[in-house]
Design a protein around this ligand. Sequence first.
Ligand code: PGA
Length: 238
Amino acid sequence: MKYLIANWKMNSIDIQKWKNEFEDHYKEFKDSIEIIVCPNFIDLSECSEKFPNLIIGAQDVSSHSEGSFTGQISAKQLLGASERLKYCIVGHSEARSKGDNNLLVREKSEQLRNNNIEPILCIGENIEVLRKGKRDSFLLEQLNFYFETGLYPKLIAYEPIWAIGTGQAADQKNIIEAFEIISNFLESKKSEKIPLLYGGSVSAENIEEIMSLSNLSGCLVGNSSLDGKEFAKIAQKF
Ligand code: PGA
């Protein structure tokens, strides 16, 4: 199975227009690929109705189940907005930069698991960590903390922060090395196979090169998912 995720972030999308453009350029839905759209919370319900052939994911969830947490949205409320909701992103670097530490990422995942929503765990280093040659230990720290309590994500996306939104995707060598670290870690945990995805400036231009990596199960796409036509071109190459 391959996975292609659209992370629309906080961008305003004309959902009908996106749908028309996507469907004009992506004719044939295949059982071998899950195309997952992650809109913001208020668009979850409309996306669920308009995209019967796509899988629905959320971008964030509260680490609490109920109560006085102003502005937060619980896993149960996510399901209230979309019964078809299957996934939710956790640990995205943009959320980590606003305070989502390893503990919070794990607590959010527990909430998701309690509500039968599958966590998509994002991990990745910033440029300083990479330059200091500390990428591998950094990734292992994020993984170790997450798996400590026996929690497993459904998908893991390696998203080097220096490649997100920069137009400069990581090169194959970097992705291969990071995947090896993650795979070895999962093996050491005797984990069942967790599909590994790449994210960071994926586009219709570089998708073929990225997808040629043998142990890559898919991609998480930000900017290039905002346009239905561009995203369809990426999906077409899967
Ligand atoms: P990008 O975003 O494709 O715009 O680099 C990826 C992400 O943030 O997940």
